[in-house]
Write a protein that binds this ligand. Structure first.
Ligand code: BTN
Length: 285
């Protein structure tokens, strides 16, 4: 057991408690100067934190609502996929925002969450995750975290937005290997367990700081940072988008969050959604 993990039996409930368990009171205190100070809910188990957050939005949940779960029974990924995570070892969260921006700019919020998560990971354990377009965090060629952004538009404004993230922390993904989409975790990369609460607090503080900068209108810095951390730029890639396979060189990620791909004729194409993979050497025409 790592030094930051202490287990004991709770006298009242007779259950095994780990000090690493997420505790809403501790989080509220640690996040009191942020937009997340007032509305943190933690589910021991729920279908999907994004689903819960959306329900709360419909009931009028304010910006800064944070929904956490120790386990999800129907975790959702991008493009209709599922998100798998065993209980009590990873971070599963959804953030509610009501940003005063046009829907075309929505992607910048996903960007700041990915940047905040990368910075939080660096603070806590020194790793430097890269961003794989559109919004995955990778370490050593394996997926560490994924983000699912969902939002509702009313009169060309974002009515509410839910940013959901799953981040693999103390899980050993080699126990259930996914050969096609290999995953990693902080435990796998560092060799030791990480205190999830400390990590969550770091991430949410980075996010809060960036969100306030964004609301003040200064967004260019985020695009620069995002492009700098992107693992695909300058690379020969293959993108699967709307059932088509496109090949070319990844040039940049633009303000809409679209990937700009230069094809073999030298034409730049804007790709709004899809899955990107690096093309293996020897497969270029
Ligand atoms: C992806 O990589 O496809 C995105 C995965 C997003 C998973 C997170 S886990 C917390 C939140 N609730 C969900 O149902 N999905 C997101």
């Amino acid at each position: 057991m790592a030094k930051n993990m202490h287990s004991y039996i709770d006298d009242h409930k007779g259950v095994l408690i780990e000090e690493d368990s997420l505790r809403p009171e501790g989080l509220r205190e640690a996040l009191k100067s942020t937009i997340f100070s007032n509305n943190i809910s933690l589910f021991e188990s729920t279908d999907s934190t994004n689903g819960q957050a959306k329900d709360l939005c419909v009931q009028g949940a304010p910006e800064g609502t944070l929904v956490l779960a120790e386990q999800q029974t129907a975790g959702r990924g991008r493009r209709g996929r599922t998100w798998q995570s065993p209980g009590r070892v990873n971070l599963l969260l959804s953030i509610v925002l009501r940003p005063p921006i046009e829907p075309e700019r929505a992607f910048v919020l996903t960007m700041i969450l990915a940047l905040a998560a990368g910075d939080g990971v660096s603070d806590i354990c020194g790793l430097r995750p890269v961003i794989k377009w559109p919004n995955d965090l990778y370490v050593g060629g394996r997926k560490l975290a994924g983000i699912l952004t969902e939002f509702s538009v009313k009169e060309n404004r974002i009515e509410y937005m839910v940013l959901g993230m799953g981040l693999n922390v103390n899980w050993d993904p080699d126990e259930n290997p996914d050969i096609l989409n290999p995953a990693t975790s902080l435990l796998r990369e560092t060799g030791h367990r990480i205190n999830r609460e400390d990590l969550l607090v770091r991430i949410m503080k980075h996010f809060d700081e960036s969100y306030k900068i964004l609301l003040s209108g200064k967004i260019m810095g985020f695009y620069r940072k995002w492009n700098k951390r992107s693992m695909v730029l300058g690379q020969e890639v293959e993108v699967e988008s709307d059932g088509k396979i496109l090949q070319g060189t990844a040039r940049k990620i633009d303000k809409k969050g679209a990937l700009i791909l230069r094809d073999s004729q030298g034409t730049d194409r804007e790709i709004l959604h899809g899955d990107v993979s690096l093309r293996p050497l020897g497969n270029h025409h």
